[in-house]
Design a binder for this molecule. Structure first.
Ligand SMILES: Cc1cc2nc3c(=O)[nH]c(=O)nc-3n(C[C@H](O)[C@H](O)[C@H](O)COP(=O)(O)OP(=O)(O)OC[C@H]3O[C@@H](n4cnc5c(N)ncnc54)[C@H](O)[C@@H]3O)c2cc1C
Length: 206
Protein backbone atom coordinates (compact mmCIF):
# COMPACT_ATOMS: atom_id res chain seq x y z
CA UNK A 1 0.00 0.00 0.00
CA UNK A 2 1.41 3.39 -0.95
CA UNK A 3 0.38 6.43 1.05
CA UNK A 4 0.09 9.48 -1.24
CA UNK A 5 -0.92 11.87 1.54
CA UNK A 6 -3.69 14.36 1.09
CA UNK A 7 -4.79 14.90 -2.51
CA UNK A 8 -7.42 16.97 -4.26
CA UNK A 9 -10.08 15.20 -6.32
CA UNK A 10 -12.02 17.96 -8.00
CA UNK A 11 -13.23 20.03 -5.08
CA UNK A 12 -12.85 17.15 -2.61
CA UNK A 13 -9.67 16.81 -0.54
CA UNK A 14 -8.92 13.34 0.72
CA UNK A 15 -6.13 11.14 1.96
CA UNK A 16 -5.05 8.91 -0.93
CA UNK A 17 -3.62 5.42 -0.92
CA UNK A 18 -2.94 3.06 -3.78
CA UNK A 19 -2.87 -0.71 -3.74
CA UNK A 20 -2.41 -3.43 -6.35
CA UNK A 21 -5.98 -4.65 -5.89
CA UNK A 22 -8.90 -3.05 -4.12
CA UNK A 23 -11.79 -5.34 -3.25
CA UNK A 24 -15.21 -3.95 -2.48
CA UNK A 25 -17.27 -5.53 0.26
CA UNK A 26 -16.71 -8.28 2.80
CA UNK A 27 -19.18 -10.87 1.59
CA UNK A 28 -18.27 -14.45 0.70
CA UNK A 29 -17.28 -13.45 -2.85
CA UNK A 30 -14.90 -10.64 -1.93
CA UNK A 31 -13.20 -12.49 0.92
CA UNK A 32 -12.77 -15.60 -1.20
CA UNK A 33 -11.23 -13.41 -3.89
CA UNK A 34 -8.83 -11.91 -1.32
CA UNK A 35 -7.77 -15.37 -0.19
CA UNK A 36 -7.07 -16.57 -3.73
CA UNK A 37 -5.25 -13.40 -4.75
CA UNK A 38 -3.00 -13.88 -1.75
CA UNK A 39 -2.39 -17.52 -2.70
CA UNK A 40 -1.44 -16.36 -6.19
CA UNK A 41 1.12 -13.94 -4.79
CA UNK A 42 -0.85 -10.69 -4.67
CA UNK A 43 -0.55 -9.47 -1.10
CA UNK A 44 -0.93 -5.72 -1.72
CA UNK A 45 -4.67 -5.88 -1.22
CA UNK A 46 -7.17 -3.65 0.52
CA UNK A 47 -10.81 -4.37 1.14
CA UNK A 48 -13.26 -1.52 1.47
CA UNK A 49 -16.54 -2.30 3.11
CA UNK A 50 -19.44 -0.38 4.54
CA UNK A 51 -19.52 -2.72 7.54
CA UNK A 52 -17.92 -5.99 8.49
CA UNK A 53 -20.75 -8.45 9.01
CA UNK A 54 -23.14 -6.64 6.64
CA UNK A 55 -24.27 -8.07 3.32
CA UNK A 56 -26.24 -11.03 2.11
CA UNK A 57 -23.75 -13.80 2.87
CA UNK A 58 -23.53 -12.86 6.53
CA UNK A 59 -27.19 -12.21 7.07
CA UNK A 60 -29.33 -14.39 4.85
CA UNK A 61 -30.68 -17.69 6.02
CA UNK A 62 -33.47 -20.10 5.29
CA UNK A 63 -34.53 -23.52 6.53
CA UNK A 64 -31.37 -24.77 4.95
CA UNK A 65 -28.95 -22.93 2.76
CA UNK A 66 -28.07 -24.93 -0.26
CA UNK A 67 -24.50 -25.05 -1.48
CA UNK A 68 -24.61 -26.33 -5.07
CA UNK A 69 -21.54 -28.17 -6.29
CA UNK A 70 -20.46 -30.86 -8.69
CA UNK A 71 -21.45 -34.40 -7.63
CA UNK A 72 -18.74 -36.01 -5.47
CA UNK A 73 -20.82 -38.54 -3.56
CA UNK A 74 -22.22 -42.01 -4.14
CA UNK A 75 -22.26 -43.96 -7.38
CA UNK A 76 -23.78 -41.34 -9.69
CA UNK A 77 -21.06 -40.03 -12.00
CA UNK A 78 -20.80 -36.32 -12.71
CA UNK A 79 -18.59 -34.11 -14.87
CA UNK A 80 -18.02 -30.37 -15.40
CA UNK A 81 -19.85 -30.60 -18.74
CA UNK A 82 -22.88 -32.34 -17.20
CA UNK A 83 -22.84 -29.82 -14.38
CA UNK A 84 -22.75 -26.95 -16.91
CA UNK A 85 -25.59 -28.45 -18.98
CA UNK A 86 -27.80 -28.69 -15.90
CA UNK A 87 -26.98 -25.13 -14.82
CA UNK A 88 -27.62 -23.69 -18.28
CA UNK A 89 -30.73 -25.80 -18.98
CA UNK A 90 -33.06 -23.19 -17.52
CA UNK A 91 -31.90 -20.63 -20.07
CA UNK A 92 -30.72 -18.11 -17.48
CA UNK A 93 -27.01 -18.94 -17.55
CA UNK A 94 -24.38 -18.80 -20.28
CA UNK A 95 -22.94 -22.24 -21.02
CA UNK A 96 -19.31 -21.08 -20.95
CA UNK A 97 -19.75 -19.51 -17.52
CA UNK A 98 -21.56 -22.62 -16.29
CA UNK A 99 -18.68 -24.75 -17.57
CA UNK A 100 -16.13 -22.58 -15.76
CA UNK A 101 -18.24 -22.89 -12.61
CA UNK A 102 -18.28 -26.66 -13.08
CA UNK A 103 -14.51 -26.80 -13.44
CA UNK A 104 -13.97 -24.70 -10.32
CA UNK A 105 -16.68 -26.38 -8.31
CA UNK A 106 -14.78 -29.20 -6.61
CA UNK A 107 -11.63 -27.17 -5.80
CA UNK A 108 -13.73 -24.35 -4.35
CA UNK A 109 -15.89 -26.72 -2.31
CA UNK A 110 -12.82 -28.36 -0.78
CA UNK A 111 -11.32 -24.95 -0.16
CA UNK A 112 -14.35 -24.18 2.03
CA UNK A 113 -13.97 -27.55 3.74
CA UNK A 114 -10.32 -26.78 4.51
CA UNK A 115 -11.37 -23.39 5.86
CA UNK A 116 -13.61 -25.20 8.32
CA UNK A 117 -17.12 -24.74 6.92
CA UNK A 118 -18.86 -27.71 8.60
CA UNK A 119 -20.41 -29.49 5.62
CA UNK A 120 -21.77 -32.90 6.65
CA UNK A 121 -19.84 -36.04 5.78
CA UNK A 122 -20.41 -39.70 6.47
CA UNK A 123 -18.32 -42.24 8.35
CA UNK A 124 -16.12 -42.74 5.31
CA UNK A 125 -15.41 -39.03 4.82
CA UNK A 126 -17.75 -38.64 1.83
CA UNK A 127 -19.47 -35.27 1.64
CA UNK A 128 -23.06 -36.35 1.24
CA UNK A 129 -25.38 -34.55 -1.13
CA UNK A 130 -29.06 -34.22 -1.87
CA UNK A 131 -31.16 -33.23 -4.86
CA UNK A 132 -32.28 -29.63 -4.98
CA UNK A 133 -34.85 -27.84 -7.12
CA UNK A 134 -34.78 -29.25 -10.67
CA UNK A 135 -31.31 -30.69 -10.48
CA UNK A 136 -31.08 -34.34 -11.55
CA UNK A 137 -28.12 -35.25 -9.32
CA UNK A 138 -27.23 -35.15 -5.61
CA UNK A 139 -25.20 -32.00 -6.06
CA UNK A 140 -26.54 -29.98 -3.15
CA UNK A 141 -25.15 -29.85 0.34
CA UNK A 142 -25.62 -27.55 3.32
CA UNK A 143 -24.03 -26.67 6.64
CA UNK A 144 -27.45 -25.49 7.83
CA UNK A 145 -29.18 -22.09 7.87
CA UNK A 146 -25.87 -20.29 8.49
CA UNK A 147 -23.92 -21.85 5.62
CA UNK A 148 -22.98 -18.60 3.92
CA UNK A 149 -22.27 -16.92 7.27
CA UNK A 150 -19.83 -19.74 8.05
CA UNK A 151 -18.24 -19.14 4.63
CA UNK A 152 -17.72 -15.46 5.51
CA UNK A 153 -16.48 -16.09 9.06
CA UNK A 154 -14.00 -18.76 8.01
CA UNK A 155 -12.72 -16.71 5.06
CA UNK A 156 -12.34 -13.68 7.31
CA UNK A 157 -10.27 -15.81 9.70
CA UNK A 158 -7.99 -16.69 6.79
CA UNK A 159 -7.73 -13.09 5.58
CA UNK A 160 -6.91 -11.90 9.09
CA UNK A 161 -4.33 -14.65 9.52
CA UNK A 162 -2.53 -13.47 6.38
CA UNK A 163 -2.31 -9.86 7.44
CA UNK A 164 1.14 -10.36 8.89
CA UNK A 165 3.49 -12.76 10.61
CA UNK A 166 2.24 -11.88 14.07
CA UNK A 167 -1.40 -12.22 13.01
CA UNK A 168 -2.04 -8.60 13.89
CA UNK A 169 -1.26 -7.21 10.50
CA UNK A 170 1.36 -5.04 8.95
CA UNK A 171 0.43 -1.38 9.09
CA UNK A 172 -3.26 -1.90 9.46
CA UNK A 173 -4.79 -3.76 12.31
CA UNK A 174 -8.56 -3.96 12.39
CA UNK A 175 -9.45 -0.55 11.09
CA UNK A 176 -13.13 -0.73 11.86
CA UNK A 177 -12.85 1.90 14.54
CA UNK A 178 -10.24 4.04 12.85
CA UNK A 179 -10.88 7.16 10.79
CA UNK A 180 -11.64 6.20 7.21
CA UNK A 181 -8.92 6.62 4.62
CA UNK A 182 -11.20 8.78 2.59
CA UNK A 183 -9.89 8.10 -0.88
CA UNK A 184 -11.33 4.61 -0.72
CA UNK A 185 -14.48 5.95 0.82
CA UNK A 186 -14.77 8.48 -1.96
CA UNK A 187 -14.29 5.83 -4.61
CA UNK A 188 -16.82 3.52 -3.00
CA UNK A 189 -19.27 6.34 -2.67
CA UNK A 190 -18.99 7.09 -6.34
CA UNK A 191 -20.50 3.66 -6.83
CA UNK A 192 -23.70 5.06 -5.42
CA UNK A 193 -23.85 5.18 -1.65
CA UNK A 194 -22.96 8.80 -0.95
CA UNK A 195 -25.18 8.98 2.08
CA UNK A 196 -23.49 6.09 3.89
CA UNK A 197 -19.89 7.13 3.37
CA UNK A 198 -19.33 8.07 7.00
CA UNK A 199 -19.85 4.44 7.94
CA UNK A 200 -17.38 3.04 5.44
CA UNK A 201 -14.27 1.43 6.81
CA UNK A 202 -11.10 0.13 5.30
CA UNK A 203 -10.00 -3.35 6.10
CA UNK A 204 -6.46 -3.93 4.95
CA UNK A 205 -5.24 -7.51 5.14
CA UNK A 206 -2.02 -7.04 3.20
C1 LIG B 1 -32.94 -15.36 2.19
C2 LIG B 1 -31.83 -15.75 1.25
C3 LIG B 1 -31.55 -17.10 1.06
C4 LIG B 1 -30.53 -17.46 0.19
N1 LIG B 1 -30.28 -18.80 0.02
C5 LIG B 1 -29.29 -19.18 -0.81
C6 LIG B 1 -29.00 -20.56 -0.97
O1 LIG B 1 -29.64 -21.43 -0.38
N2 LIG B 1 -27.99 -20.90 -1.82
C7 LIG B 1 -27.24 -19.94 -2.51
O2 LIG B 1 -26.32 -20.32 -3.24
N3 LIG B 1 -27.51 -18.63 -2.37
C8 LIG B 1 -28.50 -18.24 -1.55
N4 LIG B 1 -28.78 -16.91 -1.41
C9 LIG B 1 -27.97 -15.95 -2.19
C10 LIG B 1 -26.58 -15.76 -1.57
O3 LIG B 1 -26.72 -15.62 -0.16
C11 LIG B 1 -25.91 -14.52 -2.18
O4 LIG B 1 -25.90 -14.62 -3.59
C12 LIG B 1 -24.47 -14.36 -1.72
O5 LIG B 1 -24.39 -14.37 -0.30
C13 LIG B 1 -23.88 -13.06 -2.28
O6 LIG B 1 -22.57 -12.95 -1.81
P1 LIG B 1 -21.70 -11.70 -2.20
O7 LIG B 1 -20.37 -11.84 -1.51
O8 LIG B 1 -21.69 -11.52 -3.68
O9 LIG B 1 -22.51 -10.44 -1.64
P2 LIG B 1 -22.77 -9.96 -0.11
O10 LIG B 1 -22.59 -11.07 0.86
O11 LIG B 1 -24.06 -9.20 -0.11
O12 LIG B 1 -21.57 -8.97 0.10
C14 LIG B 1 -21.57 -7.65 -0.42
C15 LIG B 1 -20.63 -6.83 0.44
O13 LIG B 1 -20.48 -5.53 -0.11
C16 LIG B 1 -20.69 -4.56 0.91
N5 LIG B 1 -21.13 -3.36 0.23
C17 LIG B 1 -22.29 -3.15 -0.45
N6 LIG B 1 -22.28 -1.92 -0.98
C18 LIG B 1 -21.10 -1.34 -0.66
C19 LIG B 1 -20.50 -0.06 -0.93
N7 LIG B 1 -21.12 0.88 -1.66
N8 LIG B 1 -19.27 0.20 -0.43
C20 LIG B 1 -18.62 -0.74 0.30
N9 LIG B 1 -19.13 -1.95 0.58
C21 LIG B 1 -20.35 -2.25 0.11
C22 LIG B 1 -21.67 -5.23 1.85
O14 LIG B 1 -21.64 -4.68 3.15
C23 LIG B 1 -21.13 -6.66 1.86
O15 LIG B 1 -20.03 -6.78 2.74
C24 LIG B 1 -29.78 -16.48 -0.54
C25 LIG B 1 -30.06 -15.12 -0.34
C26 LIG B 1 -31.08 -14.76 0.55
C27 LIG B 1 -31.34 -13.29 0.76
Amino acid sequence: MIDHGEQAFGNVKAHAYSVHTLLIGTGAASLNCAEHLYELGVSDIAIVTDKLGAGTSSNSGSDKQTYYKIGIFGDVPDSPVDFAKALAAGGMMHGDLAYIEGLGSAPEFFHLVRNGVPFPFNAYGAFVGYKTDHDPRQRATSAGPKTSRFMVERALDQVRRRRGGDGKGRAADNLDNHPCPQYFVYQACKAGQKETHKNQSLYAPG
